[in-house]
Design a binder for this molecule. Structure first.
Ligand SMILES: [Zn+2]
Length: 342
């Protein structure tokens, strides 16, 4: 059909409704006289009735007309519209309305909503919300001041930030935004076979596990939290944590107190589901978290993991088997993987 794509590969893409092939060929259905983009949601035609064309012009020359459902000649226009909308959302003070985005791109609101969701996996409103949360968290974790972070992230006022983040953060939003004010964090640094390990927990669960760090790192992350070394209830939890790090295996029972964006949390959950002794790639984590295209975001969720080992980000390696990176050094990553492989 074309130089690049065999008919077999094209048909496989049609059966998968693979959006990545939209714009690279169209599917002509000889019995209905219609041609579609590969991802068309309509019922699949019988293979014997299908002929592939490099583009709409070729299909039209063969007497076919464009499907009214998937609008195969609009692929380029759809892409341009989605990119324009993303630009607009990223730059706007307030999240633009669906009507405004539709007007900007020349689509009807319902059609634009469908086009955007097909491309990004989220509605424009959900995308704007996710973007703000991401930016607010980034700004805060860089140690910036809260009010600045709120405005930088595009929230018009502090109260709207708290409304949006309520229930999404490990501590209540105000305590989190105030550097952990009102929260008690118990912590200890213990010697392990992999070096000094810092474990810290709120009364809800482990909020940080790291190597070669001391309490000054906790003070930096939670400057107003009440940091308490040791503690009876904490020592019990600490013993369980140390045991599961030294003899890697079952740690599903150890409570965690971590919160991220919805996608970060989905990635962390996917990490917890990798069996000990196995590894995954970032692409596999992105797919397991529900968005196969968000490979870079999966990498950043991995980097933002506060609880090493118990959220096993060390089980993610590069495609091709390269170990990739690790926040606490490749020696520790290699050691953890070797232990688990036994
Ligand atoms: Zn179609």
């Amino acid at each position: 059909m074309t130089d690049a794509i065999s008919d077999a590969a094209a048909w496989a893409a049609v059966l998968r409704r693979d959006r990545a092939f939209d714009g690279r060929f169209v599917t002509g259905v000889l019995t209905t006289g219609i041609y579609c983009r590969p991802s068309c949601a309509a019922r699949h035609p019988a293979r014997g009735n299908v002929r592939f064309f490099a583009d709409g012009a070729g299909a039209r020359a063969a007497g076919l007309r464009a499907c009214k459902r998937c609008l195969p000649d609009n692929v380029g226009r759809d892409e341009a519209a989605v990119l324009a909308a993303i630009d607009e959302i990223r730059q706007a003070e307030d999240a633009p309305s669906l009507a405004a985005l539709a007007q900007l791109t020349g689509y009807s609101p319902t059609h634009f909503q469908r086009v955007f969701k097909r491309a990004i996996g989220l509605s424009p409103a959900a995308y704007a919300r996710a973007l703000r949360e991401e930016r607010a968290r980034d700004a805060l974790s860089e140690g910036g001041d809260v009010t600045g972070a709120i405005y930088e992230a595009g929230y018009g006022s502090a109260s709207r930030f708290y409304e949006n983040t309520k229930g999404r953060l490990g501590m209540t939003a105000s305590a989190w935004a105030n550097g952990g004010a009102g929260v008690t964090i118990h912590w200890a640094v213990v010697d392990t076979s992999m070096g000094a390990m810092l474990v810290a927990a709120t009364d809800k669960g482990v909020c940080r596990l790291s190597f070669n760090e001391d309490a000054s790192e906790l003070a930096r992350r939670f400057p107003r939290a009440d940091l308490v070394e040791g503690g009876a209830a904490f020592e019990k939890l600490l013993a369980e944590v140390v045991a599961s790090v030294e003899a890697p295996g079952d740690f599903a029972h150890i409570p965690l107190d971590v919160k991220g964006t919805a996608f970060q949390e989905a990635c962390w959950k996917a990490l917890r589901e990798i069996p000990a002794g196995e590894t995954r790639t970032y692409a596999e984590i992105a797919a397991a978290a529900g968005n196969p295209r968000a490979v870079r975001a999966a990498g950043s969720a991995n980097a933002r993991n506060n609880v090493a080992v118990l959220i096993p980000c060390h089980r993610v390696i590069r495609t091709g088997g390269d170990l990739g990176g690790y926040a606490y050094g490749l020696d520790i990553k290699r050691e953890l993987l070797e232990r688990e492989a036994k």
